[in-house]
Design a protein. Structure first.
Length: 139
């Protein structure tokens, strides 16, 4: 039998929050698209505010939960969540600097796709672990 998360309640909370984080990233894309298509600064301000709040949630809430849930070690959910938090901080700094240096968009936009992919991966792995499946063929 495959190993499941050690602390199921914490793991469920983690799985719910990482799912919301993934949806927030999609929402941020819509906010940016609204700014880009309408040239309305309010969309861009909302994009930044949502990004900052979600960065705090990922760094201060989700990362500790990733370790406290005791997911199977092979999934590395805690460490990958820490990586997600670090990438999100870099994403935030690159977003703040775009107004002064437009070339930072070459970092900010592709990094957004990496952050989205990692959050989607973590969402899938967390839900698999909750079902008692590690998602690894060697387990």
């Amino acid at each position: 039998m495959k190993q499941a998360a050690g602390r199921r309640r914490v793991a469920r909370l983690y799985a719910g929050l990482i799912s919301l984080v993934t949806l927030v990233i999609i929402f941020q894309g819509f906010l940016f698209a609204g700014f880009y298509s309408e040239a309305d600064r309010d969309f861009l301000d909302a994009h930044g505010a949502v990004g900052f709040i979600s960065m705090l949630v990922v760094a201060l809430v989700l990362t500790p939960l990733g370790f406290l849930a005791r997911f199977p070690k092979g999934l590395r959910i805690g460490w990958l969540t820490l990586l997600l938090a670090l990438l999100w901080v870099v994403q935030g700094f690159s977003g703040e600097g775009i107004e002064d240096d437009r070339t930072l968009a070459m970092v900010h936009i592709p990094l957004a796709l990496v952050v989205f992919g990692l959050s989607l991966y973590l969402t899938g792995k967390a839900h698999l672990a909750l079902r008692g499946k590690s998602g690894r063929s060697s387990d």
